[in-house]
Design a protein around this ligand. Structure first.
Ligand SMILES: O=C(O)CCC(=O)C(=O)O
Ligand SMILES: [Fe+2]
Length: 206
């Protein structure tokens, strides 16, 4: 399921983050996409103000602190295989060496996220209880004017341009170590996007 020898572009500014291309092979991305359930199965997650971030998206948790949730089997073998692939010492060592975070076995969540037009996440660092986050993008084609870019940022202020913008598609994934500097945001998905923005998030806890 995962090609841990896929090319990595690792960065140390403004924090430790990396872009990885084709970590999931195209055929496996197609298998995963085919088994994304309808939106009715997801939970709407939205915060309009307060807290550490403002956001709107649909979420389907698949693994909670290392425990596979019943829905995983219902999604089918592609999703079971994906979870098995991130629950390995090879994957954890790869995360550790790619972004320099310390990863504990079993302390991980996996979620399937859907961002509809207008959905976004304000600039935030992720919770300090987190060691690293890996976001894998499941759409194949995506244009800059569809919004939804992963923005590497240098602070909370969205009126400044991002340090870098990553197109959330084409087999790309973004991995970063949590720190007080790990500012990032998701630009709003525009109404011109032909499909919702589909992501898998692997969250690794300290
Ligand atoms: O979907 C992404 O690219 C990142 C999402 C994110 O940062 C979050 O949900 O905390
Ligand atoms: Fe985040």
């Amino acid at each position: 399921m995962l090609n841990l020898t896929a090319p990595v572009q690792a960065h140390l500014t403004p924090y430790s983050w990396a872009v990885v291309e084709d970590l999931i092979t195209p055929d496996n991305r197609a298998r995963l996409r085919k088994d994304i359930p309808p939106l009715e199965v997801f939970k709407r997650e939205q915060r309009l103000d307060g807290g550490d971030k403002i956001y709107g998206m649909y979420v389907l948790p698949l693994v909670d602190k290392g425990v596979r949730l019943p829905v995983l089997d219902r999604l089918g073998p592609a999703w079971v295989d994906f979870v098995a692939a991130v629950d390995t010492d090879d994957y954890r060592s790869w995360v550790e060496s790619t972004v320099g975070a310390t990863i504990r076995p079993e302390a991980f969540d996996v979620g399937l996220f859907v961002f509809a037009p207008g959905d976004w996440v304000s600039s935030h660092t992720d919770k300090s209880e987190k060691s690293a986050t890996h976001v894998l993008y499941l759409n194949e084609s995506w244009a800059p004017d569809h919004g939804g870019a992963f923005e590497v940022r240098e602070g909370v202020d969205l009126s400044t341009p991002p340090y870098e913008s990553i197109l959330p598609a084409g087999g790309r994934s973004v991995l970063f170590a949590q720190s007080e500097r790990s500012w990032h945001a998701v630009a709003p998905v525009t109404s011109s996007a032909p499909d919702p923005r589909f992501t898998i998030q692997v969250e690794m806890w300290r």
